[in-house]
Ligand binder design. Structure first.
Ligand code: PEP
Length: 250
């Protein structure tokens, strides 16, 4: 079984301008990467094509969301087929900000994942517990419930197109990163769950990345954990340290 390729995603969220995003792309283009890490950046939808045309090298772009339908009267939404048409091959789905603020329930997230996979996209599927849920020992109940919804909609053969992002809600944008032990424990549980629910080979091959206040200082230690296969980076993806995170050595 080939080793899992380290994966770093940069989620710009609703940040940036033509000018500031161009500078980020420039810094990525000027960085020397050794090819050991797959890098995908997710600017706001408005800037996807600009970024895509400016990026040199293998770094790809990702949308931050998409809808379930191929076309129609869905004002403000983007179809997975439109992303595919525009050669945007990745989409982040189930981000906690979408779950908590925009009505992305487990069911809707699962439908979006199904639609995206059927359209031929790759998905960064986000799961994670709130602080309350962690403190009441419900972390894995929540994560398994979120994963189960997705698993019900994705055939085994399509898991190669999914990266699972474990993002504890209490760590996102808070500066409060999970400890290596906390993250490794959940990543290990997710891998065991994938082995049981999908198959041992899917569990072995699926990248499980960590998100939540990753920065240039803590990325090295986190990457040392056996089951952390990369990061989804929010705030720090807008800063020069994103390059250092992309160069994390596993
Ligand atoms: C995110 O938005 O996915 C995220 C992990 O944010 P941050 O790195 O800012 O915590």
């Amino acid at each position: 079984m080939a080793a899992r390729k380290f994966f770093v995603g940069g989620n710009f969220k609703m940040n940036g301008s033509l000018e500031s995003i161009e500078k980020i792309v420039e810094s990525i283009n000027n960085a020397k990467f050794d090819g050991t890490t797959e890098i995908v950046i997710a600017p706001p939808a408005l800037y996807l094509l600009q970024v895509q045309s400016e990026l040199k090298g293998p770094t790809e772009v990702s949308a931050q969301n998409c809808f379930t339908e191929a076309s129609g009267a869905f004002t403000g939404e983007i179809a997975p087929q439109q992303l595919k048409d525009a050669k945007v091959h990745w989409v982040i789905l189930g981000h906690s900000e979408r779950r908590s603020m925009f009505g992305d329930t487990d069911k809707l997230v699962a439908e979006k994942v199904k639609a995206a996979i059927e359209a031929g996209l790759s998905v960064i599927a986000c799961v994670g517990e709130t602080l309350d849920e962690r403190e009441s020992d419900k972390t894995m109940d929540v994560v398994e419930r979120q994963l189960e919804a997705i698993a019900g909609n994705v055939p085994e053969s399509e898991w190669k197109n999914i990266v699972v992002a474990y993002e504890p809600v209490w760590a996102i944008g808070t500066g409060k990163v999970a400890t290596v032990q906390q993250a490794q424990e959940v990543h290990d549980d997710i891998r065991k769950w994938l082995a049981k629910r999908i198959s041992p080979s899917v569990a072995e091959a699926t990248r499980i990345i960590y998100g939540g206040s990753v920065n240039g200082k803590n990325c090295g230690e986190l990457a040392g954990a056996k089951d952390i296969d990369g990061f989804l980076v929010g705030g720090a993806s807008l800063k020069p340290e994103f390059i250092d995170i992309c160069k994390t050595v596993k």
